[in-house]
Design a binder for this molecule. Sequence first.
Ligand code: ATP
Ligand code: MG
Length: 432
Amino acid sequence: MVSLTAIKGMNDILPLDMEAWIFFEQNAKLCLKQFGYNEIRTPILEHTEVFVRGIGQVTDIVEKEMYSFNDSLNGENLTLRPEGTASVVRSVIQNHLLYDGGKKLWYMGAMFRHERPQRGRYRQFHQLGIESLGFAHPQADTELVLFAHKLFEKLGIQDKLVLHINSLGNLPERLKHREALIKYFEENVNILDVDSIKRLKTNPLRVLDSKNPDMQSMIENAPSILDFLEQDSLSHFNTIKKLLDGLNIAYKVNHRLVRGLDYYNKTVFEWITEELGAQGTVCGGGRYDPLIEIMGGKSYPAVGLAMGIERILELIKMTSYAKQPKNDVYLIYNGEQTELYSLLLASKLRDFSINVIQHSHIELQQQSLKSQMKKAGASNSNFAIVITDQFILEKRISIKSLISGDEQVFDLENLNNNEQLKLICNYIQKTL
Ligand code: ATP
Ligand code: MG
């Protein structure tokens, strides 16, 4: 019989990994709330046309990465979403969400791209994205950057990331730059690789994106889009830089930053880390003023970002967060009387918002206190509480710190003595 395994590049998220996911999700949701972004959930499956129109024909995603298929029941061509922006814009237009002014939306969930799986690159991966729709002012771009900056700070990964920013100007400016770029690349055609020669005609901007080490110094000296910006684009970009300076957010102007998608204009930005090898971009975004109209809506300005959660989790796992215990109390108990007592005590502690792990009595009955203490040590908890018949008789419990090894004994007349329970819980909570 063939063994059943998951699809290549699509991973299970196992219980051991879940702590880090929840840590990310909780911090992200808190931060999103603080900034006043509202959640939107769109279907995972859309008509293929949504992505072709919304992402652009000549992009890596549409050219080669989409999971598309014909619905065998009605022949419609459908695609698993490879990113969030196109779906959100489709929904915003369809549901007339902009009729009473701009909207700040966020989404979080799985995306699908048929790529070669490797570290930080999967076929099913997860993004947190924000779309700020209907806002033209550079403050909207800056607020997005500030959001990501704050979230990375909360997650403790800020010092591993460098913010790169650039402006792609507007279409006429880009066309002039494109001409200069094609001319420059044609003069250097002997240095271009096969991929870049192909892109030279279709999307020369993307040649700037190439990671080929042999092309780097040539690309570094290519004409910069920033030299082609006129008044409006220039002042938009300068305002963002001024606001970021005022907010004390460090950035690097990178004229090679172009982003993979067609629809960006003016601002683009990415957070890049050196610590994840080739897949170093953890978050990218930019302004996409033309998109809503391209997708059939009225013309509204918009700016957004998307972060790759798997890559961010890899960074989180390198911080001290990974070493912190994730549970408050592991309950150790042994003896006739402890069977009910331990269940009741655990329940009382939980009423005071303390997390308690308790293993089943029958399983533990056969284990010595010493081997239970070993289990406690491996349980990723801050404290072990030990209960024995003797302790119950003496009306006390023992609380052992699994970090320092310190042991404290507390009086506990009975389990209805809330004053004494409060003292115990205060001690635990204060030390967490
Ligand atoms: P890359 O250059 O790494 O292919 P991209 O430009 O295709 O990235 P975006 O479409 O901008 O990526 O998506 C935003 C973020 O989502 C990326 O910065 C990255 O963190 C994450 N991401 C994109 N593709 C994948 C993938 N296949 N697996 C895991 N994360 C991904
Ligand atoms: Mg990609």
